[in-house]
Design a protein around this ligand. Structure first.
Ligand code: DAH
Length: 339
């Protein structure tokens, strides 16, 4: 009998199955009432008393081995059904496509970062504004032709409400609410009633900077501009200031930087001049300080404003402004940045 038990243990341990039906056949053959193991238990009655202990233990081991085998095979087949077995865990995972920052956001962050190093903090204002903040408080008299410098979107029912044409409106809000001294940069969207072309759009982005304190001079403005231009366009960049006119600054200037593509020799980007126009700036007009409740005898300030699209086009050699707003992935994915 012990031989039969050992033979069955060997048979059971060698058994494998690839279907549930095969496992069931196996169970019936060995573990049912008429199976091999039940038959051996029947025979156990006839075993001599001195062998009962040894053969009893062997029989129990046989039964356990058969039960374990059935459970093990059932588990494996269930795993295979759920797709876990046969899975190659060494295969590389599905790639996750990383997005990239929009080029305007890249350049905006770069500019804000440069001003942050000079102690300027960020301030933002509303895109829907009133006449006071966009024009009147910035020394644009009513009916003054300077208002035509920017084609404004007015709300027809209430011409006092308009879409801001420049971020200079946030200067006014800053002067109203911010304690002196003021040292702020203002990024934001602006709107002008212009036909869309490769060089113009009805919506674009500006960054404005405003510094008001006692004793702020034109030399401070010039030094700030020089630092800014070198940080943004490279250490060998030179700047030049041309006299200009803005109602809210006196004196006013426009700043050019030496062309970073041809290094001032003249190319088609700088139209042969060696210079690129980047921003408008000036000393805050004392009228503006007074209009906004700041003592113009005690305080002076400078302001500057620039278009982010224009700077981004110059930095990356982009020829058509409309590309920024089409969101073509082939264009956008060329810009990756740490910031
Ligand atoms: N607001 C002007 C514009 O949109 C840009 C500008 C010029 C802003 C001179 C300033 C400045 O702060 O001082 O064209």
């Amino acid at each position: 009998m012990i031989q039969e038990i050992n033979r069955l243990i060997a048979e059971i341990s060698a058994f494998t199955a690839s279907t549930a039906a095969e496992v069931e056949q196996f169970r019936i053959r060995h573990l049912s009432k008429k199976g091999t193991i039940a038959a051996l238990f029947d025979d156990f009655k006839n075993v001599a008393l001195e062998q009962k202990k040894e053969i009893g233990r062997a029989l129990n081991d046989l039964k356990t081995a058969a039960l374990d085998k059935v459970n093990d095979l059932k588990d494996r087949l269930a795993d295979a059904d759920s797709g876990c077995s046969g899975m190659d865990l060494t295969l590389p995972g599905d790639p996750v496509r990383l997005g990239s920052r929009h080029p305007l956001a890249v350049v905006k962050n770069e500019i804000l970062d440069i001003f942050a190093r000079l102690g300027f903090t960020i301030s933002e204002g509303p895109e829907i504004e009133d006449d006071w903040h966009v024009f009147s408080a910035l020394n644009f008299p009513e009916e003054h032709p300077a208002r035509d410098m920017q084609d404004t979107f007015f709300i027809e029912k209430n011409p006092d409400i308009l879409l801001r044409t420049h971020t200079s409106s946030v200067q006014v809000r800053d002067m109203e609410t911010h304690p002196l001294p003021i040292r702020l940069v203002t990024p934001g969207r602006v709107f002008r009633n212009e036909a869309i072309s490769a060089r113009a759009h009805c919506m674009f982005h500006q960054i404005e900077a405003l510094y008001i304190d006692e004793g702020v001079s034109f030399a401070d403005l010039k030094q700030t501009l020089t630092y800014f231009a070198k940080e943004l366009f490279g250490a060998d960049t030179r700047i030049r200031l041309r006299p200009s006119y803005f109602p809210f600054t006196e004196p006013s200037a426009e700043m050019d930087v030496s062309c970073s593509l041809c290094h001032g020799k003249g190319c088609n980007v700088c139209k042969g001049t060696g210079w690129l126009e980047i921003l408008g700036c000036g000393m805050v007009d004392p009228n503006v300080l007074t209009l906004n409740g700041i003592d113009a005898d005690r305080y002076t300030g400078f302001a500057l404003g620039m278009g982010i699209e224009r700077i981004t086009m110059l930095k990356y050699g982009i020829k058509d402004l409309r590309l920024f707003f089409e969101n073509d992935i082939r264009f956008l994915e060329q810009f990756t940045a740490a910031i």
